[in-house]
Write a protein that binds this ligand. Structure first.
Ligand SMILES: Cc1cc2nc3c(=O)[nH]c(=O)nc-3n(C[C@H](O)[C@H](O)[C@H](O)COP(=O)(O)O)c2cc1C
Length: 177
């Protein structure tokens, strides 16, 4: 059994929760740039790095994006929004996995410097693509709200599946554990 009390990375991975309320404290652009540098180190097929990050600092754009759906409201109050865009033309078979890995690297790096991140399901959202000027052929993967977490924000307790509920051995459907 891994002891998450002594393994700081595992403890961090287990404790991370989505953040949807932020302090009214600016986030340094150079810090965001650094986090994107980390994201560019994520594992991706043939190291083609088929992604772009759009940093959204403009208040009116964030406000407009926050109206996409109920779960998008937090981006209006986040100091920074990020749109992760995948480029299937650069990596036709693996762009989705590659860009997802880059997104998660960015997110985990952000938490490591004290930021919090909220996700927004905006996959290929027409209106969001239009607002952000994302061309046809490029895929809007997700929108992220980024900022220093509001200390008053309380996350709901989260239940996760047990390992044995998601493990098969050797073949699909074989449960031996
Ligand atoms: C692809 C994706 C889309 C999501 N969409 C939203 C969303 O639209 N609004 C939101 O508030 N959270 C969204 N989330 C966050 C999930 O609700 C959250 O990760 C999940 O409930 C687990 O909670 P945790 O991140 O605090 O561990 C999304 C997460 C992912 C990975």
């Amino acid at each position: 059994m891994i002891n998450s009390q002594v393994n700081e990375i595992i403890d961090f991975l287990i404790r991370r929760r989505s953040i949807r309320r932020f302090q009214n404290k600016p986030v340094d652009m150079n810090l965001i740039k650094e986090l994107i540098r980390v994201a560019n180190h994520s594992p991706n097929s043939n190291n083609r790095e088929p992604w772009k990050f759009i940093i959204i600092a403009d208040e009116s754009i964030k406000k407009e994006l926050s109206t996409l759906h109920k779960g998008a409201s937090h981006i209006a109050y986040a100091p920074i929004g990020i749109a992760v865009v995948a480029e299937p033309d650069l990596s036709p078979e693996t762009w989705m996995i590659d860009a997802s890995n880059a997104t998660l690297y960015f997110v985990l790096a952000a938490y490591s410097v004290g930021l919090g991140v909220g996700w927004i399901a905006a996959y290929e959202n027409r209106k969001a693509k239009e607002i952000l000027g994302i061309p046809e052929g490029k895929i809007l993967m997700t929108l992220l709200s980024v900022g220093y977490p509001d200390p008053e924000y309380k996350t709901q307790p989260k239940e996760v599946k047990k390992p044995e509920d998601v493990i098969f051995i050797n073949k699909w459907g074989l449960k031996v554990l």
